[in-house]
Design a binder for this molecule. Structure first.
Ligand code: HEC
Ligand code: HEC
Length: 401
């Protein structure tokens, strides 16, 4: 048989062309739920005036917190809504490592490095008061929150989603052809896709200096190492009582055991002036599943990952520096000379809610020397994910020695 070379070449060229076209369209066809969730996380159309997305208050280039600033260069203590004028009363926590918070429940927690025994009480959930069980439940909140994204109802959110052919196609692909038949089903699909994105490795890389040292890829400086010993010590500090999830040296430490405590954070007067009203945050008691008055003013223990780049600190953003936080804890210890807030030059203010203080835990430890305060700061800086290390400010504490 004679081979028709001309024809063969044309057929081959055609096949090559076809496969390269397919390659181009493939990513679109094979989009994952994670990518869908990513688009939703950055999509301003989920807010009423199309000005705000999840990323506005959880900035991926800055530890997934709200890094926006006032004119004076200080970060907002709490977040501004999409209307550009309403402020909330809580400091936006990081979404990084948030997937590790267990479902909200009441139960027993085994502690490591604590002289205080184990814990029995509320644990986990999302939000500072644990009022949402998990990430998907949480993601349904902000679009409808009147001081956040301000959408009047789920129906309008779903209408906005349906307006995009990309969303229509991918929602149907992942959640079924009939996903738009019910508003609730489509809304649930949105929250599920966002939660899938939040559970992806982008949010929990575990590649800080702390993790690298554990893997033998890096070495601590003397200050960082001393800070680590202090942090995990039973005699010197109490940090690990609340900010340790697993036995020592275990990888994937999240630096929170997700218990709820009142550590006596004072009211943020500047925030109250901005809001024009006292805040008096009830913490855990704001959780609809909790009606026990003894839970008033308790907050879920936050992760300390990326803490050096996620100021301001505490549920109301009252402290600007990590050093201040360490001195604040020190004030509870016998003989401590740290009775002045270095940021105000005045005595520490009284706790916002005094009745439920975790005094047993807070009084357990020894007052720190100034060099030990620096060592603690250096250890906390070493918990910064690699991609945020350039954001660490030195502020007179050199951690290289
Ligand atoms: C206007 C700012 C703002 C916007 C927009 C916003 N958040 Fe938040 N986010 C917050 C604040 C403030 C909290 C803490 C609220 C509380 O505890 O009551 C929070 C809490 C969270 C938490 C809980 C973390 C934890 O440790 O408990 C997650 C997860 C989260 N947001 C994800 C999202 C997602 C997903 C979106 C978009 C659908 C979003 N946020 C939109 C400000 C915002
Ligand atoms: C009794 C439990 C407990 C102990 C002990 C404890 N913490 Fe905390 N920590 C918390 C809770 C709860 C919060 C959140 C409080 C709030 O927002 O009102 C917190 C907040 C923080 C914050 C601010 C986090 C943020 O994102 O704003 C830092 C930093 C911190 N702790 C470090 C430490 C260090 C360092 C120690 C040891 C010196 C320590 N903690 C001891 C429970 C504890």
């Amino acid at each position: 048989m004679r081979i028709n070379y001309q024809r063969l070449i044309i057929v081959t060229l055609y096949a090559v062309l076809l496969s390269s076209c397919q390659n181009k369209t493939q990513p679109e066809q094979q989009l994952t739920k994670t990518e869908l969730g990513k688009r939703l996380f950055f999509d301003v159309n989920l807010s009423l005036n199309r000005q705000q997305s999840c990323a506005s208050c959880h900035n991926p280039s800055n530890g997934f917190i709200d890094s926006r600033q006032h004119k004076n260069g200080n970060r907002f203590a709490t977040s501004r809504g999409t209307d550009n004028k309403s402020f909330g009363s809580r400091n936006a926590p990081t979404v990084a490592y948030a997937k590790f918070s267990p479902l909200f429940h009441k139960g027993h927690n085994t502690r490591f490095n604590s002289q205080q025994g184990d814990y029995f009480g509320y644990i986990g959930g999302q939000f500072l008061d644990g009022r949402e069980q998990d990430l998907a439940g949480q993601a349904g909140g902000p679009p409808l929150n009147p001081i956040e994204m301000q959408m009047p109802n789920k129906k309008l959110v779903v209408t906005r989603i349906k307006a995009s052919s990309y969303y229509r196609r991918s929602f149907q692909e992942f959640y079924g052809e009939k996903v738009f038949a019910s508003t609730n089903q489509a809304y649930y699909a949105m929250t599920n896709a966002i939660a899938t994105f939040e559970k992806s490795p982008l949010f929990s890389p575990f590649d800080s200096k702390y993790d690298r040292v554990l893997k033998g890829e890096d070495e601590f400086s003397f200050k960082e190492l001393s800070g680590k010993s202090l942090f995990f010590s039973q005699q010197f500090t109490n940090c690990a009582t609340c900010h340790q999830l697993r036995p020592n040296g275990y990888d994937k430490e999240t630096f929170s055991n997700y218990e709820f405590h009142n550590i006596g954070v004072p009211a943020n007067i500047k925030l109250e002036q901005l809001l024009g009203k006292p805040v008096n945050d009830q913490g855990l008691l704001d959780n609809p599943a909790v009606d026990d008055i003894k839970q008033k003013g308790k907050f879920r223990v936050p992760t300390l990952r990326n803490i050096a780049v996620t100021k301001p600190y505490m549920h109301n953003g009252v402290f600007k520096n990590l050093e201040t936080v360490i001195l604040f804890y020190d004030k509870y210890l016998i003989g401590s000379k740290n009775q002045i807030n270095p940021e105000t030059g005045l005595k520490w203010q009284n706790p916002e809610i005094a009745e439920t203080l975790a005094l047993k835990e807070l009084k357990d430890g020894r007052k720190l020397k100034p060099i030990q305060v620096e060592q603690m700061v250096c250890f906390l800086r070493a918990l910064t994910d690699k991609r945020y290390e350039h954001l660490i400010e030195e502020k007179g504490i050199n951690c290289k020695d």
